[in-house]
Design a protein around this ligand. Structure first.
Ligand code: F3S
Length: 397
């Protein structure tokens, strides 16, 4: 792989031990992947930072890096962690302490502690710029909605990339690697507006194209639905790359690049038929996977208002971002709490013990990504529900 003089100096150790070690890994991985050179990245997004998932080895690794004076060279954000900064939910103190040590290590290396899986909602990212992101839903979103280029990278690799500000050029960092191989046409006259249906569609697309790259032709009714589709697609896809007709910047160019694509037709009515909620046995509703933005939270506020500010019979937990919390008045946050709706900050049920701590064993959720991970990661079962129907379940149960 070609290295510039500056990159060779980093590799030699001219910029310190931590940079040299990071470069060694990046160059080795680049060689294995047959990358021809390194690319400068503009941002990095680190995932895999919950104490629940990385434990003591991950904590010690990050603290060692921080102690060696390693500093991120690009703007670096961080995914949700294992604790909620608004509420403690009775989580074990040792867990909280160790989670804070991870957060502090990342902070001292220069990370911006957004602690959200939707950093893309707060960044203006230019098309055809390079990034090193972990967190599959975010990777799918920046590729599909901004045509910003990132591979679905492992969390520890992103830490190293952020330290040197570089990634090897391979796969989705090349135009060849981004050429769609399948046209997926979704039949249906109405735009898709139901989050659960969008999530199930994302899963169906990933299963239909396997490791192929889809060019999707579908009517999608808004950002909330796009987030669900992409999060679910990315959960089931090995690479998380998809082009959306009429939405992805440069989509016409992507269309023209295809040579003899396979065409797959999906009838949305088949998915709707399969999506009916069966069971009604659940302990709580969870919304906010991916983290809810301000529009999604405000639609819940309006729902509660339309319900005459009644109290839900089952608790509703909504994961969201510091930006949303800072945009809401304390009055609205309290009003939601009085209705048994709890905003959860900086975390996610699949990387946190918080649902178990509040004795939730079965959750009602619209998120196909949560359905995949909850049983595997934290032993929580689910029933599926769709958007407003999830709230109806909690209020009417
Ligand atoms: Fe975010 Fe957790 Fe879902 S990190 S995308 S809320 S599984």
């Amino acid at each position: 792989m070609y290295l510039s003089r500056y990159e060779e100096a980093m590799l030699r150790g001219d910029y310190g031990d931590a940079i040299a070690r990071a470069m060694q890994v990046i160059v080795r991985v680049g060689d294995v992947l047959k990358a021809d050179k390194l690319l400068d990245i503009e941002t990095a997004h680190i995932a895999g930072v919950s104490y629940l998932t990385i434990g003591d080895p991950g904590l010690e690794y990050l603290e060692d890096l921080a102690k060696s004076n390693a500093r991120f060279r690009v703007f670096t954000t961080v995914n949700p962690v294992g604790i909620d900064m608004l509420n403690d939910w009775g989580i074990d103190k040792e867990f909280i302490d160790k989670q804070w040590r991870i957060i502090n290590a990342l902070k001292s290396m220069g990370a911006s502690l957004w602690l959200t899986c939707t950093p893309y909602e707060y960044l203006r990212i230019r098309p055809r710029t390079y990034h090193a992101w972990a967190e599959s839903n975010a990777v799918a979103y920046v590729n599909a909605i901004y045509d910003a280029w990132t591979e679905k990278l492992p969390g520890p690799f992103v830490v190293l990339s952020a330290l040197v500000g570089k990634v090897p050029r391979y796969g989705l960092y090349t135009i060849n690697g981004r050429t769609p191989t399948h046209i997926v046409r979704v039949k249906g006259n109405q735009p898709i507006t139901d989050p659960l249906i969008a999530g199930l569609l994302g899963k169906r697309i990933a299963e239909s194209v396997s490791d192929g790259k889809p060019y999707l032709v579908a009517k999608l009714g808004g950002n909330a639905v796009i987030k669900q589709l992409l999060a679910s697609y990315a959960t089931y896809s090995p690479h998380a790359f998809i082009v959306i007709d009429g939405i992805t910047p440069n989509y016409k160019e992507y269309f023209a690049m295809m040579s003899r694509p396979e065409v797959i037709d999906i009838d949305i009515n088949d998915i709707i038929k399969d999506a009916k909620t069966q069971a009604r046995n659940f302990d709580a509703v969870f919304l906010g996977c991916p983290h809810y933005g301000i529009d999604e939270v405000l639609s819940v506020v309006n729902y509660v208002r339309n319900r005459g500010f009644k109290r839900a019979k089952k608790p509703i937990y909504i994961a969201t971002t510091p930006f949303v919390i800072n945009s809401l008045s304390q009055g609205i946050i309290n009003m939601l709490k009085d209705s048994n709706i709890h905003l959860v900050l900086t975390t996610c049920p699949v990387v946190s013990p918080f649902l178990k701590s509040v004795r939730v064993n079965i959750v009602a959720t619209e998120s196909v990504k949560q359905m995949y991970y909850l049983p595997k990661m934290v032993g929580i079962n689910y029933i599926s529900c769709d958007g407003i129907e999830c709230l109806d379940l909690a209020f009417d149960d």
